[in-house]
Design a protein around this ligand. Sequence first.
Ligand SMILES: N[C@@H](CCC(=O)N[C@@H](CS)C(=O)NCC(=O)O)C(=O)O
Length: 223
Amino acid sequence: MITLYGTYRSRATRNIWALSELGLQWQLRPVIQAYRLEARGTDPHAPTAPLNTLSAEFLRLSPAGAIPVMEDGGLVLSESLAINLYLAKKAGGPLAPKDAQEEALMLQWALYGATSIENDALEISFAYAKGEDFPEARQKIVDAAADRLARPFAVLESHLATHSHMVGGRFTVADINMAEVVRYAQPHLPLMERFERVKRWLDLCQSRPAFREMWRKRLDEPA
Ligand SMILES: N[C@@H](CCC(=O)N[C@@H](CS)C(=O)NCC(=O)O)C(=O)O
């Protein structure tokens, strides 16, 4: 049985979405971010604290102290995007790479998302999570992140002008990985409206029942 360590309010959503699409048997072992506990006034080191990213038991699995982590038959794997690529190969089927070339392209897009998009998209996500009102300093952070994202979003836009999906002309794990990175920038409408194909592709990915179910459960989890 596959065990996923994490929460719905973390990058574990990527794996939860993929696990559901792939029809794999799995269980969730809740591990909360230490900073969330601290924000609630709970000491993450307290003996009564729930399992968290600073718990000794969890640090044995993840020296980085970060969720998600996946355990499967002795394999302990971190890095959400790598976990998804593993899960797709394990399950096979249309979401998985059909050959070495597709696998290379899926890896290429996962690395592009992680290195060229995620950090700036996260800046936008954090800024919007603080509320709808935008003091000038926060607006500047969002505008600068959106400016930096224009280049990688143009790369996606031009890819989607000639391809229906990230890889292989069908919905695959490469779409899940990229959609979950691009999602962080989604609240910034001026950016999404500028890149119409990216917006359309993201909407399509997020219309899948497996995404919707994951999202519903995420919203049910305390912030
Ligand atoms: N690149 C890693 C990032 C993992 C990561 O930063 N996870 C955050 C939650 S989404 C975390 O566990 N932070 C722990 C903490 O700050 O205590 C991945 O994609 O899995």
